[in-house]
Design a protein around this ligand. Structure first.
Ligand code: FAD
Length: 483
């Protein structure tokens, strides 16, 4: 596109552009990405819906403080590369965040025209900019400065919290190593979120930017087993950030939970996304999806599991104990699931599972709910209605009812203060251990990509401040001189 060729004419009253998507009947049989992205004409209209407010609330509402106003202006002028350059000042992940960030909770929620005309589609614009730069094969991420300080920082886990911390720290000249337990990088972005929402090549390319900047990645390395935190410090790391996520799924705690065909969303999605069970037998890991699948839950994991079940040819039902308004999944995912034929049963929860003689799950007993006073989540609490039990035949059950931090590292590090499994930190991500920081789901217990990144960024800033106050190793005086 010819940079700055188009005049900027704000027009907030133009209808919000609808993101083109693959037809539901096509996508229900494929792992292809569902959203196709805006065309250049749609982008021009959508970008010109932005008022270019003098005090843009969207920038403050973005946990990474991306200069939304400026990147949209570039797009409105036909300069997609310029837009990516603006985003890259704060984040090297526009392709990822343009696809999976819950913009409706942050920047789009703060958009001045939201109430009257519907917010500017900031997420889809970000995605367009990223995709254009990718097509043009222009590398925009600023490289690491040539003079590393010599101080080493270890990041544990390779999810969004650690990835943004790595970006910030390598730009501040630290030698950064990311230790990941799995054989693939990206955390939930790799094992939880399906290809049809986030194509893996986008994730790999954006992580490769960090590698190009000098970040070192070590896979198949479990901190707390392969090496302890103390051993990392002995290896010369001067600060450690723990971004180990919340990979321990909650179980139903009901009779029949151990029957064959009952999965947690974590296992179901890991088999399919990470181990590529949708390619079985070409891939070695299978997944068993029967004629009818019931996915229990109302978050992003539930939508992802239900939509995969549909793609395996199963009748797919989402059972949620509250109402539609209380679902925590991205609105777009709920709508896409509905278009693909996923059926929603609200105000009901499972109480028992029944199997056949071979131990396969065959029936789910549920109880109906009504909504009561708000609970600790701020949403109306589901209250069981006595005597309202009913049964549904089922062959596959997926529990997508939440998750807690994996306790591996915390168990062998009792000095780390935790509360209900979550690592306790202050606003800078400092834990109870000196020079050990934490953020993302291991602190929040299941949140969003952008809030995990916010935490990673805050911790990187705190690490930098702390390490700047201590001299670099080569600057330290030898032991005898200091004595
Ligand atoms: P994670 O992404 O969980 O990454 C943690 C990493 O640490 C993992 O790779 C893990 O293997 C590794 N690890 C764990 N223990 C160790 C150890 N001891 N040593 C080394 N490595 C370790 N949010 C959104 O905003 N939008 C969405 O669309 C969305 N969809 C989601 C779909 C699913 C299925 C799920 C489960 C969550 C979704 N979320 C979504 C939430 C979001 O993905 C998480 O909030 C976010 O990924 C948390 O980032 P994190 O870096 O804290 O941890």
């Amino acid at each position: 596109m010819d940079a700055k060729a188009l005049p900027y004419k704000p027009n907030p009253k133009a209808p919000r552009q609808v993101l083109p998507v693959l037809q539901p009947e096509v996508r229900a049989k494929s792992a292809e990405e569902v959203a196709l992205g805006f065309t250049a004409d749609e982008v021009t209209i959508e970008a010109q819906r932005c008022l270019q407010c003098p005090k843009p609330a969207c920038i403050n509402a973005c946990p990474l403080h991306i200069d939304v106003k400026r990147f949209i202006r570039r797009l409105a002028e036909g300069d997609a590369q310029g837009a990516v350059d603006v985003i890259s000042e704060q984040s090297p992940f526009p392709g990822v965040c343009g696809r999976v960030c819950q913009h409706e909770l942050f920047c789009e929620d703060a958009c001045l025209i939201a109430k009257k005309f519907g917010p500017v589609a900031i997420g889809s614009l970000e995605r367009f900019a990223a995709d254009q730069a990718r097509l043009a094969q222009v590398e925009t991420t600023p490289g690491a400065a040539p003079q590393p300080t010599g101080k080493k920082v270890a990041l544990v886990g390779s999810g969004p919290a650690s990835l943004i911390a790595a970006f910030d720290l390598v730009r501040k000249n630290y030698r950064v190593t990311v230790f990941e337990a799995l054989h693939r990088l990206g955390g939930v972005l790799a094992y939880g979120i399906p290809n049809f929402r986030l194509p893996r090549e986008i994730l790999h390319e954006e992580i490769a930017r960090l590698q190009n900047m000098g970040v070192e990645f070590v896979t198949d390395f479990i901190v707390g087993k392969t090496a302890s935190l103390e051993e990392l410090f002995e290896e010369g790391y001067e600060a450690v950030f723990i971004g180990t996520g919340a990979g321990l799924p909650f179980l139903f705690g009901i009779p029949g939970e151990n029957l064959l065909g009952v999965y947690t969303a974590n296992e179901f999605l890991t088999r399919i996304n990470l181990m590529e069970a949708y390619k079985f037998p070409q891939a070695v890991t299978p997944v068993r999806v029967g004629k009818r699948t019931i996915v229990v839950g109302g978050g992003n994991s539930a939508m992802d599991a239900a939509r995969w079940a549909k793609r395996f040819g199963s009748e797919s039902i989402v059972l949620f104990r509250r109402g539609r308004a209380e679902m925590r999944a991205r609105i777009e995912e709920i709508e896409h699931a509905e278009e693909e034929g996923v059926v929603f049963h609200f105000l009901a929860a499972p109480v028992a599972l029944y199997g056949d003689e071979q131990g396969n799950v065959r029936e789910m007993e549920c109880i109906r709910m009504e909504l009561g006073a708000p609970d600790s989540s701020g949403r109306p609490a589901p209250v069981p209605i006595p005597g309202s039990e009913f049964r549904i035949p089922v062959e596959t059950v997926v529990a997508a009812i939440g998750q807690a931090p994996n306790p591996t590292l915390q168990k062998v590090t009792p000095q780390l203060v935790t509360k209900r499994g979550k690592i306790v930190v202050n606003e800078w991500g400092e834990t109870s251990m000196a020079h050990v920081y934490a953020g993302g789901d291991v602190v929040r217990g299941g949140s969003t990509v952008i809030l995990a990144m916010r935490d990673g960024r805050a911790a990187a800033e705190a690490i930098d401040k702390a390490l700047r106050e201590t001299p670099a190793p080569q600057e330290q005086a030898p032991e005898e001189v200091r004595a």
